[in-house]
Design a protein around this ligand. Structure first.
Ligand code: SF4
Length: 459
């Protein structure tokens, strides 16, 4: 069986990312969609509209992020932004960008005027020599810096993103010093995921023995400048005093579905021993293949509770730049009100049976209600409706079933029957769980012109 880390679906159920197109004017050496660039199609506007309309009705997401390729090259970007803004369903509209076109202050202003509130700008070097080498475009560093200054002058939210690779591991602290005068709302550091290069032929995977101390130095620098930080895909035990900055959540993504086929797998030798096994991903399989398990380097935090194979991923809290710690899974109270429409589906069931609804776990493909009554417990699970999958009952939106039934059989029967009846009566239809909503098959790619083989003429 695949370990928990190998099937991690790190969804933060409040952010929607829309991959508008796969074109870019830079050519970053670590790009994880390099092979898909100019080949995958972006999301058709109608599909985007459907997701926005759904959100206006069901309020699933607080933020929509537009990404690519390079989103600022997209001619229809203003149409996308306008539709999102006019829907009234999002508090924040974010662009994930290399920042180069933001150097044009009039263009940056027009984006802010259109409704963009947050700019998540890639910065992979501390100077032109490093950044331009990584992006393979001269001038890209100066343009990104000018773009970020414009964002700050316009009063919009600025965040930076640095991908951790061999080419910048030695200058991470310098990147912090370069960005600090701009006082960004947050700096993010994402360890490189070799999605298209599992053998690391590009030589970009940085060994933890070198990368981890360099990153800790950069995180110290952020702390000194009081810059909020978020780190992804690093072993938590290598972050020193900055362990709480680890946040492996990802937004829901509307993207060509082939993208999921190459999402990397993770593992850690100490998974069953470590207190943070459920939130830390450990190392990618590609890294382990190249460098081994790093068993002398990683240090398991002693567990305070026995380890159990996880059935659900973590529940992640809010991703609001400027509001402190980002990596902490949300407690029940911090999620208060976040999933009201899902809680409403089983409202009154616990009270009617004397049970307690101890948790509601909303994830990419399922919504789980955990009921307990003394020593008895049962989970009610909703998954996207399909006609073939196993189900106790099918409602307009869901296949409903139960699992982990333990204890008093009659009591459990009452809870399950009550929950099923409640969901049947209240499911309005159209509540989405299965996030496989991007284009699939031939429609997801651009047709490439057929090459004609040279016609041989007679000898
Ligand atoms: S021991 Fe493994 S699971 Fe624990 S923090 Fe380190 S890498 Fe993560």
């Amino acid at each position: 069986m695949q370990t928990y880390k190998g099937r991690f679906e790190p969804t933060r159920f409040e952010d929607l990312t829309v991959t508008v197109d796969f074109r870019c004017h830079s050519a970053c050496r670590f790009c994880i969609v390099q092979e898909g660039m100019n080949y995958f199609k972006g999301i058709p506007f109608e599909l985007f509209q459907r997701a926005v309309d759904d959100n206006a009705k069901n309020r699933r997401y607080r933020r929509v992020t537009f990404t690519g390729g390079e989103i600022t090259l997209e001619e229809k970007l203003f149409d996308y932004v306008a539709y999102a803004r006019e829907s009234g369903g999002f508090e924040e509209i974010r662009l994930q960008t290399n920042g180069r076109l933001l150097a044009d202050s009039a263009y940056a202003r027009s984006l802010v005027d259109a409704g963009v509130t947050e700019f998540f700008v890639s910065l992979h070097g501390h100077d032109a020599e490093t950044q331009d080498y990584i992006s393979q475009r001269s001038g890209s560093f100066d343009e990104a810096m000018a773009g970020m200054r414009n964002v700050v002058d316009l009063g919009a939210c600025l965040m930076t993103n640095t991908v951790l690779i061999t080419l910048n591991q030695d200058v991470l602290s310098k990147i912090v010093e370069t960005v600090a005068p701009l006082a960004p709302s947050r700096m993010e550091f994402w360890n490189y995921l070799p999605m298209e290069d599992p053998g690391d032929e590009r030589g970009l995977l940085a060994p933890m023995a070198e990368l981890a101390p360099a990153l800790r130095g950069a995180l110290d620098g952020c702390a000194k400048h009081e810059i909020e930080v978020l780190v992804k895909y690093m072993p938590r035990c290598l972050l020193g005093d900055h362990g709480e900055t680890l946040d492996n959540a990802q937004p829901d993504v509307v993207i060509v579905e082939e993208f999921y086929d190459i999402y990397p797998k993770f593992a850690c030798l100490y998974e069953a021993k470590c207190e943070y096994a459920e939130s830390c991903l450990g190392l990618t399989h590609a890294y382990i293949k190249k460098f081994g398990w790093d068993k002398e380097l990683l240090v398991a935090y002693p567990r305070t509770t026995p380890w159990q194979e996880q059935e659900d991923g973590l529940i992640f809290g809010s991703d609001q730049p400027g509001f402190g710690t980002v990596g902490t899974p949300s407690s029940d109270s911090s999620r208060e009100g976040a999933h009201q429409e899902w809680a409403a589906l089983v409202e009154g069931v616990a009270e009617a049976t004397g049970a307690v609804l101890t948790d509601l776990v909303l994830q990419r493909r399922s919504c789980t209600y955990r009921f307990e009554h003394g020593a008895s417990r049962v989970d009610i699970v909703l998954e996207a409706r399909d006609e073939d999958g196993p189900a106790l009952v099918r409602t307009p939106s869901f296949n409903v079933h139960y699992r982990n039934a333990e204890g008093d059989q009659e009591l459990l029967r009452q809870i399950v029957a009550g929950a099923v009846k409640s969901v049947e009566a209240r499911d309005p239809g159209g509540m989405m769980l299965d996030l496989r909503k991007g284009p699939v098959g031939p429609d997801s790619v651009r047709r490439r012109p057929k090459r004609r083989l040279p016609v041989k003429t007679g000898d």
